[in-house]
Write a protein that binds this ligand. Structure first.
Ligand code: FE2
Length: 359
């Protein structure tokens, strides 16, 4: 199967500004670390840790005027149950462990507290979860296309926001009977973006919630339709996930309000088939990822894709050359030229990404 491309490629995502990876200024509250330390670590077992219930609704690309864009007809799912509470505890035990906090916390102008690129070295549970065939099957079914983890650095990107100040204000207002004021403040806060309008770097993301959202308001994802209107998709609650074709849909995350903390896990995916279009870009990743590691993993997977494509093409050439039928033996000049054109474009895309940084 030949790789296909849209006439116009997907827009460049918003990029964080740091020139080198920086660490958060404010340490995370001790209770996150202390609670995580009480969990007895266990290896991933789908029978214990996966609790899948299909999403009740899925927004299709055609519903938002983007039919034919991207790599799947699916735009975004409603939150669906994916993990048990046990699994959430295991994720959190890894995220808030000492080696992860010592080595993998990052900060940027877009988000003050992130934990990235930890799974391959310090997160065997998260790593096993997102590489497990059962989990990949579930995600692929919801996404409407077979997916694989994009790169090991994005097996799990964690966004942490701590609302100690807001909790104090909410508690104070409740105690002094100014409940109406709190409700009004909540209404405003839930319309405020936590992340501004953007496109993602990877074709698909899965956002899994690792916090109890019972007392939380907001946290929705807003999608922009082709005609410029907006559509809200509910944010996930603890143990549930949403699937989003974020590379092709402009979206923003609304601020969540009212909870003590909000820990979400973003796992990024690319198409499993090396023959499908893959417009992964690195704009959103430089500045928050060690550049050498980022370029290494990007180049490695792209080379693998090229190797598979060229390997298959070579086998086809050999087969056709040996074919008994004279017509089938004929060299497919147009087909081979068009294949080479696609590979040239794929490599040009790589040349645009693999650049010195800071620019
Ligand atoms: Fe996003």
């Amino acid at each position: 199967m030949a790789a296909t491309r849209l006439a116009a490629s997907a827009p460049t995502p918003a990029a964080p500004r740091p020139e080198t990876v920086s660490r958060p200024i404010k340490p995370l509250p001790a209770h996150l670390v202390e609670n995580a330390a009480t969990t007895v670590k266990a290896p991933f077992d789908p029978a214990i840790h996966v609790d899948f219930m299909p999403p009740k609704a899925v927004v299709m690309m055609k519903d938002i005027g983007l039919e034919g864009h991207g790599i799947s007809p699916v735009a975004a799912s409603e939150p669906f149950r994916l993990f048990t509470d046990d699994a959430v505890r295991q994720f959190r035990a890894e995220i808030f462990s000492k080696p992860v906090l010592d080595n993998c916390q990052v900060s940027s102008n877009l988000a003050p507290n992130m934990i990235r690129a930890y799974a391959a070295d310090y997160g065997p549970f998260a790593y096993s979860v997102w590489h497990h065939p059962k989990v990949l099957d579930i995600i692929s079914n919801v996404a409407g296309v077979d997916l694989t983890v994009a790169m090991d650095i994005d097996v799990a990107h964690i966004n942490v926001s701590v609302n100690d100040e807001e909790v104090c204000i909410a508690e104070k207002n409740t105690a002094t009977g100014t409940g109406t004021k709190t409700a009004a403040a909540t209404a405003t806060a839930t319309q405020t973006p936590a992340f501004a309008w953007h496109y993602d770097s990877y074709p698909f993301v899965v956002v899994t919630m690792l916090s109890d959202c019972t007392d939380m308001k907001g946290g929705e994802t807003v999608l922009r339709t082709a005609s410029g209107e907006t559509m809200k998709v509910r944010g996930p609650s603890m143990g549930t996930a949403v699937v989003l074709q974020g590379r092709y849909i402009e979206h923003q995350a609304l601020k969540a309000w009212g909870g003590r903390e909000r820990v979400s896990m973003v796992t990024s995916f690319r198409p499993k088939s090396p023959f499908l279009k893959d417009e992964t870009v690195l704009a959103g990743l430089r500045g928050i990822t060690d550049l050498s590691l980022l370029y290494h993993q990007y180049a490695e997977y792209r080379f693998q894709v090229l190797e598979t494509r060229f390997g298959q093409k070579r086998r086809q050439l050999l087969e056709s050359f040996r074919h008994a039928d004279a017509d089938a033996r004929k060299f497919d000049l147009q087909g081979i030229r068009s294949f080479l054109d696609e590979q040239r474009q794929y490599m040009e895309d790589m040349l645009k990404e693999l650049v010195p940084y800071p620019y």
